[in-house]
Design a protein around this ligand. Structure first.
Ligand SMILES: CSC[C@H]1O[C@@H](n2cnc3c(O)ncnc32)[C@H](O)[C@@H]1O
Ligand code: ZN
Length: 424
């Protein structure tokens, strides 16, 4: 199958240069970007007045948590988790989680996310949803053993069961990732076993690290060192590790992350909403750390809109540093696209010949996106997810003119309402 996108403002290559061009997709790859392409294609899309952008990579989320949207707002992390979220999650079944995953997938397609890194429960069900939706999903079963050796074994077994399930799908778009929840919920034994298994199976690892001051306090009290130093000393870190948050990092932590090639997934909305703190973006980037962007779950954000997230990232770091030159629009756009793709070892995140065709078309024929003085600026500061008109993943159209082609929108929204009634 081939798709020809004509007359768009194309964000081209690693430098995100904006050119008026046509884009030809054959199979799952971009094969040609040129001023005018006149070859025949199965589908032709006219993108006049529109922007053809790399799809967004959500580098940290809990996709089914949309079910809990708005149910526990305005709380700090530990209170939010222990007293509001975990009791609700204890009632989740595979069926309910799947409904949440459908809602998350629908929201991501509608707001231009093409790939995401997820951590949650019942990830076999989430994998089925990802496969059906056409998205690219990197899925981890979130392991929590709370230092109980019996639980360690059970959690590892569940993770391996999820890995087997995903491997059997034999999908190029659905991948398994190891997901120990955090240093404060996982034993050293669990973390060491995860490192060993990730090496054995060649899988990525994702984990929440240094999110709040409370976490730093707990880990320092328990181990006498910071979470990052702890993870380094037990041999857990590597260039296959993506840590979520990384808010409370000192200079030594940052050097350790850089030395190990660790990626940090920045979640500005969640960090602001839970009042966790401000990630040291400038210091991380200056140290050469790869930083991507994530939304976290919809119960702490409260949506999965990566365009919103880019604006929040840019504004947060400007005001925090009292410096408007910090987190410029291109830097933030790169975090939301190429840096995320790099972390997932995905040949995507840019539009260029040979790269995966994970592309979105954003409708700029709208007053808040005119005049088209600066495409990247408009995407970061002026657009929102609802401006995304077409979403293409792996060379397949998932949404055209805002109609989702792979999922039944009405059915999913209805099921979400019914599920939360049952859960309440
Ligand atoms: C064990 S599955 C994932 C687990 O993580 C919880 N969660 C959601 N957001 C956060 C966050 O910001 N920090 C730590 N944990 C978080 C989610 O509710 C699941 O229980
Ligand atoms: Zn999280």
């Amino acid at each position: 199958m081939s798709i020809l996108i004509k007359n768009g403002h194309v964000i081209y290559g690693e430098n995100f240069e904006v050119v008026k061009a046509d884009v030809l997709i054959e199979g799952n790859r971009v094969v040609k970007v040129a001023k005018e392409i006149n070859e025949a294609a199965d589908t032709v899309i006219d993108a006049k007045g529109k922007v053809v952008s790399p799809g967004f990579v959500n580098l940290h989320t809990h996709s089914p948590m949309g079910l809990f949207r708005g149910l526990a707002d305005d709380l700090p992390l530990m209170d939010w988790l222990q007293n509001h979220i975990w009791p609700r999650e204890a009632k989740l079944t595979r069926e309910y989680t799947k409904v949440g995953a459908y809602l998350g997938a629908l929201e991501m397609i509608k707001t231009g996310t093409t790939a995401f890194l997820d951590m949650y429960f019942f990830m076999d069900a989430v994998a089925e949803v990802v496969e059906e939706s056409g998205l690219r999903g990197y899925l981890s079963y979130g392991m929590i053993d709370l230092g109980d050796p019996e639980k360690t074994g059970k959690e590892i077994k569940e993770a391996l069961h999820t890995m087997e399930f995903i491997e059997k799908l034999n999908s190029e778009r659905v991948h398994f990732v190891f997901g120990p929840h955090a240093p404060y919920t996982c034993s050293i034994a669990l973390l060491k076993e995860v490192r060993k298994l990730a090496n054995e199976h060649g899988k990525l690892i994702t984990i929440h690290v240094s999110e709040t001051m409370a976490e730093i306090g707990q880990i320092t009290e328990r181990y006498g060192k910071s979470p990052v130093v702890l993870l380094d000393e037990v041999g857990f870190l590597g260039n296959d590790v993506i840590i979520a948050h990384g808010v409370w990092l000192d200079s030594r932590d940052i050097q350790i992350l850089a030395r190990n090639g660790v990626t940090v997934a920045h979640n500005p909305a969640s960090n602001m909403k839970l009042a966790s703190g401000v990630m040291p973006l400038q210091r991380l980037l200056n140290a050469g750390v790869n930083v991507g962007l994530g939304t976290d779950g919809s119960a702490s954000n409260n949506n999965l809109d990566m365009l919103d997230e880019m604006k929040l990232a840019a504004l947060l770091h400007k005001v925090h540093n009292l410096d408007p030159t910090v987190a410029d629009s291109k830097t933030v756009f790169r975090m939301a696209t190429l840096n995320g793709a790099k972390a997932l070892r995905l040949k995507a995140g840019v539009i260029k010949e040979g790269y995966l065709a994970d592309i979105v078309i954003v409708d700029f024929n709208r007053p808040h996106l005119r005049p088209i003085n600066n495409v990247i600026s408009h995407l970061v500061y002026s657009a929102s997810g609802s401006d995304v008109e077409t979403t293409i993943v792996d060379g397949k159209i998932l949404m055209l003119d805002r109609e989702v082609l792979t999922l039944d929108e009405e059915k999913i929204i209805d099921a979400a309402e019914k599920t939360i009634e049952k859960l309440a």
